[in-house]
Design a protein around this ligand. Structure first.
Ligand SMILES: [Zn+2]
Length: 202
């Protein structure tokens, strides 16, 4: 049987986001087109939004907080949602929550409104039936977090260069939320777009 593979490339503009469905067996490549740009990723069950990508379960079953090619990412129900099948950077974070308006108030002392991954995820996931309170810790693609021996964490500039990517294979039908992060510190104080490609077998 012949398999046709089609690729669609999309762009997420700086400090914005997207949500889309990803079917089992499809791959999602998240690309940093300019370098030093973080993308927050979250996944929910394709048919059941009560199933979501779990940082805690993924750490439990991989015995690491450093995720890269070969690692499986689990849901709160301990099922594999995504497998990392390619990674040209090798530095990502699965500890931090998506930046939110409160992040900028509490950490950055930024008064008033500020674009955030949380707001962007809320906006794009709401039409798919995901409420704000249902958004958990995101898989923060290209986010560079240093951890010292005392457990202190520090956000450093991403190691990604223009054209670097990470690629996930969907192990179930999923709803994906994805952003181009809005936090100054995470992106070396310059906001760039994020590209993504979905490879569909048809
Ligand atoms: Zn962010």
């Amino acid at each position: 049987m012949m398999t046709n593979v089609s690729m669609t490339r999309q762009r997420i503009e700086p400090q914005s986001g997207a949500a889309f469905e990803l079917r089992r067996g499809e791959t999602l490549r998240v690309i940093d087109p300019c370098g030093e740009q973080v993308a927050d990723l979250i996944a929910f069950g394709g048919d059941d939004r009560m199933e979501w990508l779990s940082s805690g379960r993924s750490i439990d079953y991989n015995d690491t907080i450093c995720f890269t090619t070969g690692h499986a990412l689990y849901s709160n129900r301990s099922r594999v949602m995504l497998t990392i099948v390619g990674d040209t950077v090798g530095t990502h974070d699965f500890l931090y929550t998506p930046c939110s308006r409160e992040t900028f108030t509490l950490i950055y002392k930024h008064p008033g409104n500020h674009p955030s991954c949380f707001d962007n995820l809320c906006r794009h996931l709401a039409p798919f039936g995901v409420s704000a309170d249902a958004i958990p810790t995101t898989f923060n693609v290209f986010m560079n977090v240093a951890i010292d021996g005392g457990g202190n964490v520090k956000v450093l500039p991403p190691r990604s260069r223009a054209g670097d990517y990470i690629e996930f294979r969907a192990e179930a039908d999923l709803l994906i939320g994805l952003t181009a992060c809005s936090a100054e510190l995470s992106n070396n104080f310059r906001f760039k777009p994020i590209d993504y490609e979905i490879r569909r077998a048809s």
